[in-house]
Every structure is written in C-alpha cells, then in structure tokens.
Design a binder for this molecule. Structure first.
Ligand code: 9UX
Length: 72
C-alpha cells in the first residue's frame, strides 16, 4: 500500500527552489505524488514502498542541494 513520507527541507528561499525539489521528487519511479511547501519547508510524498525506500527520497532532496531531515 502507498506510504506517506514527510521531510523537512532546509535552505529553500524562493519558489524556484521548492519547484526544483518538487520536480526531482516527482521524477522518481514509485513516487505517486509529491508536494513541497516553501512556507513550512516541508515535503509530503506519497510513494510505493515496494519500489523504493524513503532513503531514496531524502537522497533526491539532498541531490538538489538542500538539507533533508526525515519527519515521518
Ligand atoms: Mo531561488 Mo533557490 O532564486 O537555490 S532558486 S534561491
């Protein structure tokens, strides 16, 4: 079944930052839905745990140049 992961993202300062992170998350196979909110510095991702682990989501955020901290 689909899991929901929440990640705190440090360092985003404009909408372009959050769009970059959101697009990177949405491009990962197994991600069903990804939303990044600049105001709360949070990402919420719906993903299939049979296809990927949440570590992959954290890695993808870090690869865009921001710090990722798992919330839940
Ligand atoms: Mo906005 Mo983010 O000009 O690294 S894209 S600050």
């Amino acid at each position: 079944s689909i899991q929901v992961c929440r990640i705190h993202i440090k360092g985003m300062t404009c909408t372009s930052c959050s769009t970059t992170v959101e697009s990177a998350l949405q491009a990962i196979p197994g991600v069903q839905k990804a939303q990044v909110a600049l105001a709360t510095e949070e990402a919420q991702i719906h993903y299939d745990p049979n296809i990927l682990s949440y570590n992959k989501l954290l890695e993808a955020v870090e690869d865009t140049g921001f710090e990722a901290i798992l919330i839940s």
